[in-house]
Design a protein around this ligand. Structure first.
Ligand SMILES: *Cc1c(COP(=O)(O)O)cnc(C)c1O
Length: 433
């Protein structure tokens, strides 16, 4: 199956069938699960989502950086079909199977960690983050965990504590997990600090308020995702990682969003020149199937007692088969290079005084919208632009601590002309807003 790779609007959005579904959604689905695109998907392929009324939308969101290989890559489809025809589940903790081992072996080759690694497979990004913290605590015998301003690490109790932003992720859901400490990171557009200065600020805060010897782990996204696609100043991360090494603190790179070719390398840690102790992965790992992983240095991973990690579905066979197929696609179709190309196209595309900064890495790019004179965040503008683009058949997302970021996370397989058309719609929406 494939879909013609062109935008087409045959109804207003939402169309009649989408409207009908929206009515049923309002009646039966928790309103807390809010959808941002004003229609319902029927099928998706490459850079296109076709809706229930036959409209074809340009996908600049990839289901939040998940379907990097497309939402129905033939290799992923075949691998999943083949696996479910053999068996859907045995539970790896009960009866193991080869795919899990094969994927762990593949991740050992892929991650920027020297020496032997080991892997545990789980279901979601948040679950990977939780497990990374458990591993770091078991290894160090310490409890404190540090995270940064603008961080996003998930929505479970522990990961809400690690996540910085109150609305919509934390508000009214406390109390939060203890022993989580937040310090300033590096946000060059707003803090004006170079990498060394920002790192010294964070380290000083940790030393005075937590104490290095109490810290089990420091966790950071190499490019902060939900917080606003913030690329830390050069040298920030290497300095933080070095400080962690010096004090026996486990450095966890949360690559749930940045991983799997998204930023122009298989992992963003490679671009930053850092070697994490543990890496958390999810989103792009399995071509759209729910799967996550923690891969880390063997001597750290081996600190946890047998039976201490796991879960019923962790490393579910069809998801693992999808991951093995997706990884083949990343390599065969050289999607990291495609992500670099997407960065070039997006960087050169926009020119508007209300764009305070165009930033990001690879196919993880954002426009920070501001009032030009004051650099004050302009969240209503971001909302307006995303909504108008949506009506015109282009799926984009907003993000950022201040809600003023338009972000682009296209599937890495998107046709360049289709990408340009989608960006053009966003540029027009910005011009007219
Ligand atoms: C999305 C995300 C998570 C949470 O992943 P889920 O699969 O939604 O639980 C954690 N960390 C980062 C950096 C993310 O972008």
């Amino acid at each position: 199956m494939s879909i013609e790779q062109s935008r087409r609007l045959v109804t207003e959005l939402p169309g009649p069938k989408a409207n009908e579904l929206a009515t049923r959604q309002a009646q039966y689905v928790s309103p807390a699960v809010a959808s941002s695109t004003p229609t319902f998907a029927a099928q998706a392929f490459g850079g296109i989502i076709e809706d229930v009324d036959g409209n074809r939308l340009i996908d600049l969101g990839a289901g939040i950086a998940v379907t990097s290989v497309g939402a129905a890559h033939p290799k992923v489809v075949r691998a999943v079909q083949d696996q479910v025809a053999h068996f859907t589940h045995t539970c790896f903790m009960v009866t193991p199977y080869e795919g899990y081992v094969q994927l762990a072996e593949k991740l050992d080759q892929l991650v920027p960690i020297a020496g032997q690694t080991r892997t545990v497979l789980l279901n979601s990004g948040a679950e990977a983050v939780e497990n990374a913290v458990k591993i770091a605590r078991a290894h160090t015998g310490r409890q404190a965990v540090a995270a940064f301003d603008h961080a996003y690490h998930g929505r479970t109790t522990l990961t809400m504590a690690l996540t910085a932003k109150n609305m919509p992720y934390k508000d009214s859901f406390g109390p939060f997990a203890p022993e989580v400490y937040r310090v300033p990171g590096s946000y060059p557009y707003r803090d004006g600090l170079d990498g060394a200065q920002a790192a010294e600020q964070a380290i000083a805060r940790l030393e005075t308020q937590v104490g290095a010897k109490n810290l089990a782990a420091v966790m950071m996204e190499p490019v902060q995702g939900e917080g606003g696609f913030i690329v830390p100043a050069e040298g920030f991360l290497p300095r933080i990682v070095q400080w962690c090494r010096d004090h026996g603190i486990v450095f966890i790179a949360d690559e749930v969003q940045t991983g799997f070719a998204r930023t122009g390398a298989m992992f963003a840690s490679e671009i930053e020149g850092i070697e994490p102790d543990l890496i958390t992965m999810a989103k792009g790992i399995a071509g759209g199937m729910p799967l996550s992983a923690v891969t880390g240095r063997a001597e750290i991973m081996d600190s946890v007692h047998a039976g201490g990690l796991g879960g019923t579905y962790g490393g579910n066979p069809p998801a693992v088969a999808a991951a093995l197929a997706a990884i083949e696609v990343y390599e065969d179709e050289q999607l990291a290079a495609k992500a670099q190309r997407i960065e070039e196209i997006i960087t050169a595309f926009f020119d508007d005084p209300r764009i305070g900064e165009i930033r990001g890495r690879g196919a993880m790019m954002a426009l920070e919208l501001v009032h030009p004179e004051t650099k004050q965040p302009d969240a209503p503008l971001a909302k307006k632009v995303a909504a108008e683009a949506g009506k015109q058949g282009v799926v984009t997302l907003t993000c950022g601590t201040y809600g003023n970021i338009i972000r682009f996370l296209p599937p890495l397989v998107i046709d360049e002309d289709l990408l340009r058309e989608g960006l053009g719609v966003v540029a027009d929406a910005l011009k007219n807003a």
